[in-house]
Ligand binder design. Structure first.
Ligand code: CTP
Ligand code: MG
Length: 250
C-alpha cells in the first residue's frame, strides 16, 4: 500500500465545499443559479441541507457569487439547518476551479476529508454522500459518484460554425463510460496539492487528482444527483421535490 492509499483515520473530520458562484448562463436570464428557488427554497439551501444531512459532515463552506456573500449569509441564517454543522461563506472566483480553490483556502485545521459538491445538484440523496465519504475513508485519494450513460457518445471534430455537420472521429464503448456527479470526495492534502499543481482548465476536481497520477475511483451515483443546468432541469427538480413531499411528508 503506498502513502497515497493509506486509509483516513476513523475520527477523520469531513467538510463539504459547495461552489455556488456561477451565473447559470444556460438556465437563462435571472438571479445567479444557486439563488433561484425550487419549490420556494433557494437551490443553494437544498444543496447545503443535502451535505449537512450526512452525520459525517461537520463543516459546510459555501462559495458565494463574488458580490453575493452577504446575501448568502443572510439566506443561511434564515433557513433551518442542522445544529451539529458549522457554516462558512467565502466569495468565489471567475471559474469553478478558482471558486473551489477559494473554498479550500478557507478550511480550518483538523479537516482531513473534503467533499466538493455543486450547488447546482441540490437533490443528491444522503446515501450517495455517505457512500463517497466511506470510499475515501477506505483509502481512495479521490472518489467520484457516477452513473452509466443512457445515450451513446460520439467523439467529433468540432465544427468552426454552430450548426455545421461535424465529422465523427470515434465511438467509445458505452458500457465503459460513466457520467460523473458530485459530491466528489478527497483526502484534503491531495485535493489541495492538485489545485496547487494543475493550472489548465478542468470541469471536475477528480481529473486534477488523476493528473497527479493517483488512484481515483467511481462509486454508484444517483439519478436525483443530476445537475440543474437548463430550464427543463428546473421542472424535473421541482417534480422530484413534489414526489418527496408526498412520500416523506416533507
Ligand atoms: N461555479 C462557481 N464559480 C464559477 C462557476 C461555477 O462556483 N465561477 C459553480 C456553480 O455555481 C455550480 C457549479 O460550479 O454550482 C457547477 O457549474 P455549472 O453547473 O456550470 O454552473 P454555472 O457555471 O453557474 O452555469 P453556466 O455554466 O450555465 O453559466
Ligand atoms: Mg458553468
Amino acid at each position: 500500500m503506498s502513502d497515497d492509499s493509506r486509509p483516513a483515520p476513523a475520527g477523520a473530520r469531513t467538510a463539504a465545499v459547495i461552489p455556488a458562484a456561477g451565473r447559470g448562463v444556460r438556465l437563462g436570464p435571472g438571479a445567479p443559479k444557486a439563488l433561484r428557488a425550487l419549490n420556494g427554497t433557494p437551490m443553494l439551501i437544498h444543496a447545503v441541507r443535502a451535505m449537512a444531512a450526512s452525520r459525517a459532515v461537520s463543516l459546510v463552506v459555501v462559495v458565494a457569487p463574488p458580490d453575493g456573500a452577504a446575501e448568502v449569509r443572510t439566506l443561511l441564517d434564515a433557513h433551518a439547518l442542522p445544529e451539529r454543522t458549522e457554516f462558512l461563506v467565502v466569495p468565489g472566483g471567475d471559474s469553478r476551479q478558482e471558486s473551489v480553490r477559494l473554498g479550500l483556502d478557507a478550511l480550518p485545521a483538523g479537516i482531513d476529508i473534503v467533499l466538493v459538491h455543486d450547488a447546482a445538484r441540490p437533490l443528491v440523496p444522503v446515501d450517495t454522500v455517505d457512500g463517497v465519504i466511506e470510499a475515501v475513508r477506505g483509502g481512495a485519494a479521490a472518489v467520484v459518484p457516477a452513473l452509466p450513460l443512457t445515450d451513446t457518445v460520439k467523439q467529433v471534430e468540432p465544427a468552426a460554425a454552430a450548426g455545421e455537420p461535424e465529422p465523427v472521429v470515434a465511438t467509445p464503448e458505452r458500457s465503459r463510460l460513466r457520467a460523473v456527479q458530485t459530491p466528489q470526495g478527497f483526502e484534503r492534502d491531495t485535493l489541495v496539492r492538485a489545485h496547487a499543481t494543475v493550472t489548465e482548465n478542468v470541469t471536475d476536481d477528480a481529473s486534477m487528482v488523476e493528473q497527479l497520477g493517483l488512484r481515483v475511483v467511481v462509486v454508484p451515483g444517483h439519478e436525483e444527483a443530476f445537475k440543474v443546468t437548463r430550464p427543463l432541469d428546473l421542472i424535473l427538480a421541482e417534480a422530484v421535490l413534489a414526489r418527496r413531499r408526498l412520500t416523506d411528508g416533507f
